[in-house]
Write a protein that binds this ligand. Sequence first.
Ligand code: SF4
Ligand code: MG
Length: 333
Amino acid sequence: MSSLIDVENLTLQFRTDEGLVTAVDDVSFSLAKGEVIGLVGESGSGKSVTAKSLMHLNAHNAVYAPQSKITLHTDAGEVDVLSLRTARELNVVRGGAISMIFQEPMASFAPAITIGSQMIEQLQLHGDMSKARAKEISVEMLDRVGISDPHKRIDQFAFELSGGMRQRAMIAMALSTQPKLLIADEPTTALDVTIQAQVIDLMKDLVSEFHMGIIFITHDLGVVAQTADKVCVMYLGRIVEEGPVREVIRHPKHPYTRGLIHALPRLDDLESPLTPVPGDIPSPLERPPGCVFHTRCQEILGDVCKTALPHDTQLDATHRVACHLHDKKEASA
Ligand code: SF4
Ligand code: MG
């Protein structure tokens, strides 16, 4: 499969009154066309900041380390995303090649403008087309995502739609420009379970129909299991494990991934209390030395974990983990 986006050594800090805060630390991954990748972790793990970097969309106080590189492969050639500066250049990725949808669709829609006007404006910004054509496409997209009566809905405001319908309208708007990559940031978290499943099915259909890539951001490994081909588990700005979804869920190698899996509700046993990962994610201002997870790790090995950063161990062609448990295995193998 040909690569759609390559993220290499992405490292990002925010300048704050308390000093530089590391949000993303040496993150690398690739996504192919037609592939769905899940970025999983608790809030504060750097998932959203990583995703926003792909559109060069982080706040002005963001500082990218010089080795950070994001390459988007488009029909017109490679785009070095972090070197984009002007609004015109940035439009190529923002809402053009890449679209993003959020947990709260109200954040995507301006409250005083109709859904249709916003969709039309976005289409005209990214493609040379008449207003009439843009409206036609908008109606078609609303219909595609299962919104009944799209001719009427298009003249409504976001607040006039139900939560599930707003989510669909946001997906329609995000897909109307036919992006190569859709970033979905906790898109189903605020929805009830039935609508959640519908939205997930809808997204999966659209991926195969438009042959695009999706980055699905969530704290819920269960949602990733239903949607993604592969998963990157993030903790305090680092990817601690990456692999095919089934493989990672069946044979998790990182203690943090194991913790997330234990915290999943089991369909065959809804009575037992969930076992969350004990403890809290540390403040990014107090990043632990050594392995960033060592303050919560149930399998900590001792001083090595408190002092030495674990590097990636490639377990096979597609599965990697960053944990000293696996350094050892490799040494004794
Ligand atoms: Fe736990 Fe050590 Fe592995 Fe970190 S490196 S996850 S502290 S065993
Ligand atoms: Mg987030």
